[in-house]
Design a binder for this molecule. Structure first.
Ligand code: 13P
Ligand code: SF4
Length: 319
């Protein structure tokens, strides 16, 4: 802990010296989340990270999260320097949706409006009409459905089918999934709920249908934290990456948060829901990138300009 304290001091100093701002996701190391908040950066869900990065005047942003978050920041502000603690921090949704296969899928369905989740590469976004995050995907699809649009959706099949059921829209789904949320199990959750009958169930919509079906609240990370704070309950079962529990416990002191079960046959099985790529963000590699300026995100300018169109559409819709 003493060593971590010294490392945090070093980061505070370096952020000031380099006039850089730290933008962190709720799934990264708790110390990084705290540093982002206390130094005037932000800790939030993907939509807020994008908006904050775009609007902040700093010339250097350090994005503690996964690669698509750094790329989105770069696409929105090509003139800024975007650094990441580890450039290999990716996402199973992004990996499972290569641009060439995705382009072929779109080519085969030219009559559909292409809506992609934020968790995709710049090249995939460049082909899309709309980008959405989990906090606003439902509203945007509702809006498109009301205009009579048929939708091609990629890459998360669980989020896609959740939105499809809620809106009744005609959606053709790419079959990707998040390797963390895909592990939550409906039967084990039911058993756990029996042990905690008063607990409210908070679920990220990347989770399988059997888990979403038991939710009291389905939402993005920020929306789940707000629900933890605002719902009149003492106990919560949380089906999303357990990095979020740090913020939930701070936002709602005195309430009890229990990880949703991820595997096994008993209600007592332990969750191991933590994204291996989010976990690549640490104090030491954050110090390294601030000291050296390496691990800069680059996006091909032409691809970036094209990808920006679908991100701007979402941000304008959200405004
Ligand atoms: P949020 O936009 O809800 O923060 O989700 C991002 C993510 O990667 C969830 O796994
Ligand atoms: Fe991707 Fe899942 Fe990790 Fe989120 S938690 S970054 S969706 S692999």
């Amino acid at each position: 802990p003493a060593e971590r304290g010294a490392m945090k001091d070093r980061i505070r100093h370096l952020l000031k010296e380099k006039q850089a701002v730290l933008v962190a996701h709720y799934y990264v190391d708790a110390d990084l989340q705290d540093l982002a908040e206390e130094t005037g950066g932000c800790v939030s869900d993907s939509l807020e990270m994008a908006r904050f990065g775009r609007d902040h005047p700093a010339k250097t942003l350090v994005v503690a999260g996964v690669r698509f978050m750094g790329e989105t920041a770069k696409i929105l502000s090509p003139e800024k320097r975007i650094l990441m603690p580890d450039l290999d921090a990716t996402c199973s949704l992004d990996l499972g949706c290569p641009a060439d296969e995705f382009n072929a899928f779109c080519d085969a369905h030219p009559d559909r409006t292409v809506v992609v989740y934020a968790n995709t590469s710049a090249a995939v976004k460049a082909r899309a009409d709309w980008m959405v995050t989990s906090s606003i995907g439902l509203e945007i699809v509702q809006h498109l459905h009301a205009q009579g649009k048929k939708i091609l959706w990629a890459p998360d099949k669980h989020l896609g089918s959740y939105i499809q059921k809620k809106t009744g829209a005609d959606m053709l789904l790419w079959q990707g999934s998040c390797l963390v949320h895909d592990e939550f199990k409906g039967v084990e959750l039911e058993l756990l709920k029996r042990e905690h009958p008063k607990a409210k169930i908070l679920v990220h919509p990347e989770s399988p249908e059997a888990v979403v079906a038991q939710a009291d609240v389905v939402g993005s990370t920020s929306q789940l934290i707000a629900a933890a704070q605002n719902l009149d309950a003492k106990e919560f079962i949380v089906a999303t990456d357990n990095g979020i529990l740090h913020k939930m416990r701070m936002a709602a002191p005195g309430k009890i948060f229990i990880d949703a079960p991820t595997a096994g046959n008993s209600a007592t099985c332990k969750s191991c829901a933590h994204c291996p790529w989010m976990a690549m963000n640490g104090l030491q590699n954050l110090i390294d990138v601030l000291e050296t300026g390496r691990n800069e995100i680059h996006v091909d300018p032409a691809v970036g300009r094209q990808a920006k169109v679908c991100i701007d559409r979402m941000l304008d819709f959200a405004a």
